[in-house]
Write a protein that binds this ligand. Sequence first.
Ligand SMILES: [Zn+2]
Length: 226
Amino acid sequence: MNALVLFSGGLDSTTCLALAIERYGAAEVLALSVSYGQKHTKELEAAEQIAAYYGVMLKTLNLSQIFADSDCSLLKGSAAEIPKESYAEQLSGTDGKPVSTYVPFRNGLFLSSAASIALSHGCERIYYGAHADDAAGNAYPDCSRDFNDAMNRAIYLGSGKQLAVEAPFIGKTKADVVAEGLRLHAPYHLTWSCYEGGEQPCGLCGTCRDRAAAFAANGIADPALL
Ligand SMILES: [Zn+2]
């Protein structure tokens, strides 16, 4: 194995997976899907379908106990409602703190776990799909360039310089991510992004709104909604 991809079954990580497969081939790519106590399993089911579509090995990891005391609105144990406003609207009321769907230090934990698993499989790179829109306004600080640089350095040093973190979309918008995914023919029809676990995406949560805007910016309809 050459590359491990942190893989949620959503749009960004599916594009990341497509990119890693283009670079190294499916046989050299390991997808890691993490269960963290989210309110539904739609994205994990999407991850399984997409891994099967590409024929990549998929590992799953359950880290939900670590978030058991969190009041993050995405989590099963939280009574908080998932906001139905855009991220810009949500951030206007947070006093510079992350949005309520920020899962405490999720990417830090996921990358550390991924580093350990990647080393066990001989991987030299970890890919993840952080992009500039998620970091904007401090909505998800663990998607920022500063955070990525620091984690990359920690993992590089802590692995004895065997392992590097690649965040190919760190300076890009979600619309840029979709443009790259369209070039790669990523199977967007199989992805799930919505924070709610309904039959169809809700169309109202922050991630549904961002996703719709990213496809609109590329002038196409969302293949998952056709
Ligand atoms: Zn939604």
